[in-house]
Design a protein around this ligand. Structure first.
Ligand SMILES: NC(=O)c1ccc[n+]([C@@H]2O[C@H](COP(=O)([O-])OP(=O)(O)OC[C@H]3O[C@@H](n4cnc5c(N)ncnc54)[C@H](O)[C@@H]3O)[C@@H](O)[C@H]2O)c1
Ligand SMILES: O=c1ccn([C@@H]2O[C@H](COP(=O)(O)OP(=O)(O)O[C@H]3O[C@H](CO)[C@@H](O)[C@H](O)[C@H]3O)[C@@H](O)[C@H]2O)c(=O)[nH]1
Length: 475
């Protein structure tokens, strides 16, 4: 029978966050900003990253982040590599480390690699001198909290308590600050024991400094862990669904934006996440769906696994369909032709290139021996070369530079090109001087809009041949 014993939640005064990445950095900076009475220390093993957080040039680009960090840093927000000190001092610890897809061993290519989560858990256990609330912020497979509890209980000093909470993060890159300041919901899962409930309430109290308590959803641990994977799978599924329809539009002459609008206006469907594109990217969607596929397979649910896998298959199809269409439209060869690629980040307003569809398309163009000129307003040149270098291929870091040029403006990338591919939806691409670009290009000048952001009629009136995703082949 469940105990009715009441335990008073602790008042959190010191928070440590292990992992100063895209999630740990912005999330805990927001906590420091909204809770000046709480001391927040964000720690990482990566000295360069911590140095950057302590400098004028933050390691990630996120609109609005810099102002928040500048206001709080040195006041109640600290970035450090002294992980042990932060653990010892904190009463609540966020584990916000990376959980990439496993590259080898059991579950390779599907399962989440929990190596870093386990490393942190063991470190907390061995270092802690007082009881802690440990919060899974990383996206993890269902029931990871149980493994964390077992490790903590088996390795810590006698008499200490560790309450594990699941508090998955739903921020999207590029809009992280607004997502954190005004979240649709904050999800906190715990065991249904009195201690678990008390820990849950302690974390609700932290968020309640700026989030309405009604929006703080409290659930069981496993529901919370699974909700994170489910939410990403459902979002990615919408994109794959609209992209599957875009292929039908291109053959039939229907217009994907009209279809998406008319479908999305139905309140049961809703308008968001129905923008057809060259494919979804980012560090999460593919990884989390693969994780869900693996979970389904390990639970002996092959039909469920197959269902979710199809979301990724469709995404791969969309990227390759786009790239092949460029080749066929350019008279079946792009060998030695100059192609301008506008946008390399996986979406606008971020410099993140993880799983970027632009990188996939560029790799395809490289295979076809095209000359690729890339412009992205936020992705550093070094990162572009890193992403396009084939790992394990001797001297490819040199060879890639024979095919790929990184430019400092869209105009520079497009000058002399035979085709332009828009692969990230940066706003600045909509207002380029398209007349001047047209004049500078080899003819026929072609534009392949993989994000559906350009005014195709206007471009055609200038003289371009235009392909827009989901708009009928109307070059
Ligand atoms: N990127 C997103 O938009 C996003 C959104 C929601 C959830 N998530 C999830 O959050 C987690 C973190 O993602 P991210 O994008 O911030 O990753 P990231 O790679 O940007 O950051 C992770 C950081 O953890 C550090 N780290 C790894 N092991 C460590 C250890 N043992 N001790 C100290 N530091 C360690 C790494 O050095 C790195 O700086 C992942 O599980 C991801 O799925 C990401
Ligand atoms: O209608 C749409 C919406 C998005 N995208 C693409 O989908 C990808 C992902 O976009 P988005 O979800 O906005 O960015 P992420 O930062 O990857 O955020 C997702 O992944 C995070 C990590 O788990 C979650 O926290 C967020 O809730 C979830 O939206 C990008 O390539 C977008 O260009 C489309 O093609 N069409």
């Amino acid at each position: 029978m469940a105990s009715t014993q009441q335990i008073t939640p602790i008042k959190v005064q010191k928070i440590a966050c292990i992992g100063a990445g895209y999630v740990g950095g912005p999330t805990c900076s927001m906590i420091a900003y909204k809770c000046p009475h709480i001391q927040v220390t964000i720690v990482d093993v990566n000295q360069d990253r911590i140095n950057a957080w302590n400098s004028d040039s933050l390691p990630i680009y996120e609109p609005g982040l810099e102002a928040i960090v500048k206001e709080c840093r040195g006041r109640n927000l600290f970035f450090d590599t002294d992980i042990d000190k932060a653990i010892i001092e904190a009463d609540l610890i966020f584990v916000s480390v990376n959980t990439p897809t496993k590259k080898s061993g059991v579950g390779a290519g599907y399962a989440a690699d929990l190596f870093y989560v386990e490393l942190c858990t063991r470190r907390i256990a061995s270092v802690a001198t007082s009881s802690k609330i440990v919060v899974e912020k990383s996206t993890v497979p269902c029931r990871t909290a149980q493994s964390m509890r077992t490790i903590l209980e088996a390795n810590s000093r006698p008499g200490l308590r560790f309450d594990i909470l699941s508090n998955p993060e739903f921020l999207a890159e590029g809009t992280a600050i607004n997502d954190l300041a005004n979240p649709d919901r904050v999800l906190i899962g715990s065991l249904s024991t009195p201690e678990g409930r008390a820990a849950q309430l302690s974390l609700v109290d932290v968020y309640a400094n700026w989030v309405d308590r009604q929006r703080c959803i409290t659930t069981g641990l496993w529901s919370s862990e699974l909700t994170k994977l489910a939410a990403n799978a459902l979002l990615a599924q919408r994109i794959s669904s609209i992209n599957a329809l875009s292929a039908i539009c291109e053959v039939t002459g229907a217009d994907i934006d009209e279809v998406a609008h008319a479908c999305g206006i139905d309140s049961r469907i809703g308008p968001k996440f129905l923008k057809s594109s060259v494919g979804f990217g980012g560090s999460c969607f593919q990884k989390d769906i693969l994780n869900l596929v693996y979970l389904s397979e390990s639970l002996n649910l092959p039909e469920v696994a197959e269902y979710w896998k199809q979301v990724i298959t469709m995404n791969e199809y969309q990227k390759s369909r786009f790239a092949k269409n460029v080749v066929s439209s350019m008279f079946n060869t792009i060998t030695h032709k100059k192609l301008a690629v506008l946008g390399f980040a996986f979406k606008k307003d971020t410099g993140d290139t993880r799983e970027s569809p632009s990188a996939t398309v560029c790799r395809f163009f490289r295979q076809e021996n095209a000359r690729i000129s890339i412009y992205d307003p936020k992705v550093p040149e070094k990162q572009i070369f890193l992403d396009l270098t084939e790992p394990g291929v001797a001297d490819d870091s040199v060879a890639v530079k024979e095919h790929v040029k990184v430019c400092t403006s869209a105009m520079e990338a497009c000058t002399g090109a035979e085709g332009i591919c828009v692969l990230t939806e940066w706003d600045e691409f909509k207002s380029l001087d398209w007349e001047a670009i047209y004049e500078s290009m080899a003819k026929p000048a072609m534009v392949f809009d993989g994000r559906g952001i350009l005014d195709a009629d206007k471009l055609r009136s200038i003289g371009f041949k235009v392909f827009s995703i989901g708009k009928g082949v109307n070059l």
